[in-house]
Structures are given as structure tokens and as C-alpha cells.
Design a protein around this ligand. Structure first.
Ligand SMILES: [Zn+2]
Length: 296
């Protein structure tokens, strides 16, 4: 049985706490298949995709956000795009990165990502209104980095957990995450109870692997806080690229440049960074695009 990915938004402790939890196993698996990432790179990209989809769920309407993580490590840059509809896409510069497990027996994401760099979030709020937040990476494991981002850049005390388990054959075994955010005026004993819980729970990827749903994840995290689910939303890897968009990009090169491609290559091939889809244009199609470019 294939379980679809989804996300839940919830409140707990009489509205003092806002929480998100997501199962992203299929979404990360799709990213792994498309980019052919090796395990450590899969974990890094999967954690960022999972954080991205939960942050996307905080947006409204047509707003979108882009996360860029550039830690100076061998993986290069991680780029993730998401929106308010549970759609997310992303890639890493170097997908073929894998290391031995770290001293905790986990995929060594910090080594792949690096720790000397920045986590940047750009929210496109529409009508040319952008919000940009940026923090230095503090761990490279990403969960702690997103926690720090919320505290530092958005002034929201938060706890972010994201995790990915990879099978020996490089396919994705389990992926998911949570975000807990404290509203202003949260009582001290509520904070203490949540902190105690966070110390006791297993890693989020293990809980997903055991079959816990996002709702059950929140029960584990906030069980005695009266979790009230506000919304559930399907989550998936979706790219906005299309043949038309790539064709438009070719047209914008202008007729001389297109003729140059025809003369030198006889065809054109372009891949989308985000989803690795390749679009092919033969000579006849390039001639058509050249005619369109002349009319522009
Ligand atoms: Zn694409």
C-alpha cells in the first residue's frame, strides 16, 4: 500500500503553540529518483525539502518561498522552492555526495552541507513585495539551522526536526519533520513540558519509519497539550517548468543566437535544474522558434 505524503497544521496548549508535521517520504523519493542523489546528499536535500514544505504551509494564497543553503561543503548549494499548496521542488549542486555515517550512526549531513555559510529564505509575497531573512549556518545538520533561523530572523521561538532514512539501495525509506512554534506569552511550564518531550522522543525519521502519521507525530510531541488539527494538506514534488517555458527562454535569446545553435548543434537540449527534466528541440522546432523570435 502506498501512503501519500501530507502535512498537518495544528494548535496546542490553548493556542499558545502552533505546530506543523509532515510525512514527505514519497516527495523525497521523487527528488532522489530525479536527481539520482547519493545517501548523504539525499538526506540533506530531503531535510531541506521537508522544512520547505512546512514553511510553505505558513504562506497564504499565491505566496511562494525559496530556501538557499550554501554551507561551503562538497554538496554545493541546496535550493528549495515551495508554496502554500504543499508543492515543493529542489536540487543540490552536487548530487553524488556520500560519506560514512557520523559518530551518532546517522548520515553525515553536516559534512556534506558544510558549516561555513548562510541559510537564506526569500518569500515572494506578491506585488513585488519580498521578505528576505538570512542567518549563518550553526550546525549544517539543518534542523538546528532552521530553528536558529526562526528565532533569529523571524523572532519566533521554534523547534524544527527534519529527518530522512535511506535504504542500502539508495531509495528513500522514510522522511518527515515537524515544526513547533511558541506564540508570544507562552507559559513557562508549557515550554518546559515541550522541552522535556523533545528530549525523550526518537528521531523523526524513525517515527515515520514505524508508521506514525503526522497527527500521531504531533501527539508524541505535544500529547498532553490538547492537539487541535486545523488543516491537512497533501504534499508532493511538483515543478513549474514546462516545454513552453523552456521554449520562451530560447525565443528570448533572439533569432541570431537561435540560428547560431542551428548551425553549430543542429538541435537544442535543456534541463530544468529543479526537477532534472530534459527538453529536446530538433532543427525544425528551432526554426519555428527563430521565426517567433523575429516577431518579438
Ligand atoms: Zn522542472
Amino acid at each position: 500500500m502506498k501512503m501519500g505524503d501530507y502535512l498537518v497544521k495544528a494548535l496546542a496548549y490553548n493556542g499558545q503553540v502552533r505546530a506543523y508535521a509532515a510525512r514527505t517520504t514519497e516527495t523525497v523519493a521523487e527528488a532522489q529518483r530525479r536527481h539520482q542523489t547519493w545517501p548523504t546528499a539525499s538526506a540533506a536535500l530531503g531535510r531541506a525539502l521537508t522544512a520547505g514544505v512546512m514553511m510553505g504551509a505558513m504562506l497564504k494564497g499565491e505566496e511562494t518561498l525559496t530556501i538557499k543553503i550554501d554551507g561551503g561543503g562538497p554538496i554545493g548549494v541546496i535550493l528549495v522552492d515551495s508554496n502554500a499548496r504543499g508543492e515543493v521542488r529542489g536540487y543540490v549542486t552536487n548530487p553524488h555526495v556520500h560519506f560514512e555515517l557520523n559518530e551518532h550512526g546517522k548520515l553525515d549531513v553536516a559534512r556534506a552541507v558544510g558549516k561555513n555559510g548562510m541559510l537564506t529564505v526569500v518569500k515572494d509575497l506578491g506585488l513585488r513585495d519580498f521578505f528576505t531573512g538570512q542567518v549563518p549556518l550553526i550546525s549544517g545538520e539543518l534542523g538546528d539551522d532552521f530553528t536558529y533561523y526562526f528565532a533569529s530572523s523571524e523572532q519566533i521561538p521554534s523547534s524544527v526536526g527534519v529527518g530522512v532514512l535511506v535504504n542500502p539501495d539508495h531509495t528513500i525509506r522514510a522522511a518527515g519533520g515537524f515544526m513547533i512554534q511558541l506564540m508570544p506569552g507562552t507559559e513557562e511550564n508549557t515550554i518546559t513540558r515541550i522541552e522535556e518531550r523533545l528530549k525523550q522522543i526518537p528521531p523523526v525519521s524513525r517515527m515515520i519509519e514505524r508508521g506514525l502519521s503526522p497527527e500521531q507525530l504531533l501527539e508524541q510531541l505535544l500529547g498532553d497539550g490538547g492537539v487541535r488539527v486545523l488543516e491537512t494538506m497533501p504534499v508532493s514534488f511538483v515543478c513549474r517548468c514546462s516545454r513552453e517555458r523552456i521554449a520562451d527562454a530560447l525565443i528570448s535569446l533572439g533569432p541570431e543566437e537561435i540560428q547560431d545553435i542551428i548551425d553549430k548543434e543542429g538541435q537544442a537540449e535543456a534541463s530544468c535544474h529543479f526537477c532534472n527534466e530534459t527538453y529536446h528541440f530538433d532543427k525544425a522546432e528551432l526554426e519555428q522558434l527563430k521565426q517567433l523570435a523575429k516577431k518579438e
